[in-house]
Design a protein around this ligand. Structure first.
Ligand code: FES
Ligand code: FES
Length: 166
């Protein structure tokens, strides 16, 4: 019985938004559940829970992933970045500034996922074309249809001369 219990939990160590976290979690806990339920980081949104809408996007070791379809233990000894960790010393990330300046959102529900997906894109490709942005964000649905503003926001962020931050 004790062996079974041990198999059902995992001793997790990871970094969340620059801070170390260690604890025991159920192996079936998704990263989305871990972030929202265990850590109270509710900026990461729950949508389809089927890896379709992109609302739950976060970065793991700078790669954009759908946290609804990613088990928390898979992030063991990795670095997780969520929307709450994007501003540095109270200064918004250029992508966040871009969304404000270019009306990159309406209701805002999809926005954290859009921004984190964009962050992953700019890590990989600091100067994307509009077409590359559209292709990269194909998995991030905006029910409000704010796509033109989203693309403009990311283009502006990529042009800002702050590419060293990406
Ligand atoms: S909630 Fe994860 S992709 Fe929709
Ligand atoms: S801004 Fe409302 S869903 Fe995208």
């Amino acid at each position: 019985m004790e062996t079974l219990k041990t198999l059902q939990t995992f001793d997790l160590s990871l970094t969340i938004n620059g801070k170390a976290w260690t604890g025991r979690i159920p192996v079936e806990e998704t990263l989305l559940e871990f972030l929202r339920g265990r850590l109270g980081l509710t900026g990461t949104k729950r949508g389809c829970e089927s890896e379709v809408c992109g609302a739950c996007t976060v970065l793991v070791d700078q790669m954009a992933i759908s946290s609804c379809n990613y088990l928390a233990f898979e992030a063991h000894e990795k670095s997780v970045l969520t929307i709450e960790g994007l501003a540095v010393d109270g200064r918004l990330d250029p992508i966040q500034e871009g969304f404000i300046q270019n009306s990159g959102f309406q209701c805002g529900y999809c926005t954290p996922g859009q921004i984190m997906a964009a962050k992953g894109l700019l890590f990989e490709n600091p100067s994307p074309t509009r077409q590359e942005i559209a292709s990269w964000l194909a998995g991030n649905i905006c029910r409000c249809g704010a796509y033109p503003g989203i693309a403009a926001s990311i283009l502006e962020a990529s042009r800002q001369g702050e590419k060293e931050k990406f």
